[in-house]
Write a protein that binds this ligand. Structure first.
Ligand SMILES: Cc1cc2nc3c(=O)[nH]c(=O)nc-3n(C[C@H](O)[C@H](O)[C@H](O)COP(=O)(O)OP(=O)(O)OC[C@H]3O[C@@H](n4cnc5c(N)ncnc54)[C@H](O)[C@@H]3O)c2cc1C
Length: 452
């Protein structure tokens, strides 16, 4: 069924959650949308693996009850019947012991810190809620901000390992906004001192949403070209006019890229050099993320933060402590992520070396765990995951409307100071769609003004 009511044609490059959300909103507004996706499935970083007749997220993905863009999309996609809300269980691993770390009360009873340090840690969390001017945070190194409020003891025991976990060697270069945003996001779902944080998941993972939205898009006439890498966004006289693939050139009224900035740069050889350089210079952390399937649960937490800097993976995420294992055919799913700075040579490690090194530390942490309970050990990787925005570089954020007329772009480096998660990405997709909807009438006038 085709319901396009306006004649404008749009190419969306990239079929991750942002590309699908864009196609969904634009097709709802009558645009004729075509999505190009290099991979064999939609989803990108939020993609899945097929195993034992079910789908599982390739990387762990949680949605918070306060993620309103995601919640609205789940309602629009008609998948709320497959959505479940669960209180999270978080823990900390310190000196061979596991501690719960869920409620503000847990902060106050956290054994690795003394009473004074616990109080200062709580103060940091409260301070972040009351600090609303993120511009101030953008010029302060994250370590300075944390040491100022939490003190050096808490910084060394808690924040420093957490920063290492998330930012690898780049941890000292990032602004305070990064922790400020995280604290505000995580507290956004809580009410009251005793309250616990609510997360939600979809049966069969994030893909359930992507598939439902894509299905609605198809019903509105959206075309999805899978296994189709865009080779070039064709630009004529400073305006994006079409998409070049191995199949040839297809012309569109406008093009929207959802690719990571350095991936887009070589695809627009006719764009201004300064703009292409700006895109190439955007930095990201990658991720090395082994995924284990177990016959039995490993630990009582959804996420275990690790403060031991000798352990290469920086957290353990057991998603089946959130997802009911009835939806995973009884498999218990554990991820052991390590975020990688762009120059970290671990990115080149072959899978068997990763497994050997990871298992060495896993055994040290869980000496009583019977390894015959591990049924699968896959190593998943991604190069462009977490954007790194150095301090005071707001003027280096690429613009949504690029210097090339009718070429729009969106990706996680542009979503600042928010975090690059599904919530922020889909909210940004809606902003791009609004911009395109507002601009489209001017394209018709431009076309009419061209002498025939
Ligand atoms: C380990 C990990 C944990 C995460 N945890 C969470 C979480 O708990 N909660 C949460 O909300 N988010 C989480 N995220 C982040 C979330 O996955 C991303 O924010 C989101 O998926 C980004 O979507 P996107 O569409 O912007 O980009 P992408 O998913 O990167 O999509 C870009 C797409 O473009 C395609 N592409 C690339 N080049 C071309 C080309 N030349 N032609 C055509 N197509 C091309 C790619 O194949 C890809 O599908 C996590 C990510 C990782 C890696």
């Amino acid at each position: 069924m085709t319901q396009n009511t306006n004649s404008h044609t749009i190419a969306v490059v990239g079929g991750g959650i942002m590309g699908v959300a864009l196609a969904h909103k634009l097709s709802q507004n009558g645009f004729a949308v075509t999505v190009y996706e290099r991979g064999s499935n939609l989803g990108g970083l939020a993609g899945y693996i097929d195993y034992d007749g079910i789908r599982m997220d390739r990387f762990y993905h949680t949605i918070l009850s306060s993620d309103m863009s995601m919640q609205n999309l789940m309602e629009a996609g008609g998948v709320t019947g497959k959505r479940h809300f669960v209180a999270t269980k978080q823990g900390f691993y310190d000196k061979g012991k596991l501690y719960p770390f869920n409620t503000p009360l847990d902060f106050l009873l956290f054994p690795p810190l003394n009473i004074f340090q616990r109080f200062r840690l709580g103060l940091q969390v409260i301070y972040a809620q009351f600090e609303s001017d993120w511009h101030k945070m953008d010029v302060v190194p994250v370590a300075d901000w944390l040491i100022k409020v939490s003190g050096r003891g808490v910084y060394n025991k808690v924040w420093k390992p957490l920063l290492r976990a998330k930012f690898d060697t780049t941890a000292t270069d990032v602004p305070a906004t990064y922790i400020w945003s995280r604290l505000r996001r995580m507290m956004g779902t809580r009410e009251g001192v005793q309250s616990t944080e609510m997360m939600c998941y979809l049966e069969n993972g994030y893909y359930t949403l992507i598939e439902a939205l894509a299905q609605q898009c198809s019903e509105r006439g959206v075309t999805f070209h899978l296994n189709t890498a865009v080779q070039e966004v064709v630009i004529e006289d400073g305006r994006a006019v079409g998409i070049q693939t191995a199949e040839g050139l297809t012309r569109y009224d406008a093009v929207i890229s959802t690719l990571p900035s350095p991936v887009l740069s070589p695809l627009i050889p006719s764009a201004p050099d300064t703009f292409r350089t700006l895109l190439s210079n955007q930095q990201y952390l990658g991720v090395l993320c082994p995924m284990l399937l177990l016959k039995k649960s490993l630990m009582p937490f959804y996420v275990l933060n690790i403060t031991d800097e000798t352990i290469p993976f920086t957290a353990i995420v057991e998603t089946t402590n959130l997802i009911d294992p009835q939806y995973t055919n009884g498999h218990h799913i554990v991820y052991l992520p390590k975020y990688l700075a762009p120059d970290n040579e671990m990115a080149q490690w072959p899978d068997d070396r990763v497994r050997e090194e990871w298992m060495k530390h896993f055994r040290r942490m869980f000496p009583d765990f019977d390894e015959s309970l591990i049924t699968e050990f896959w190593v998943h990787r991604a190069k462009y995951v977490e954007p790194i925005r150095p301090m005071n570089t707001l003027d280096e954020i690429p613009p949504m409307q690029t210097p090339v007329e009718r070429l729009y772009m969106g990706n996680t480096v542009m979503i600042y100071p928010e975090l690059g998660n599904g919530e922020a990405v889909t909210r940004y997709a809606a902003k791009i769609a609004d911009r395109v909807i507002a601009d489209a009438p001017t394209w018709s006038r431009q076309a009419a003004a061209v002498p025939g």
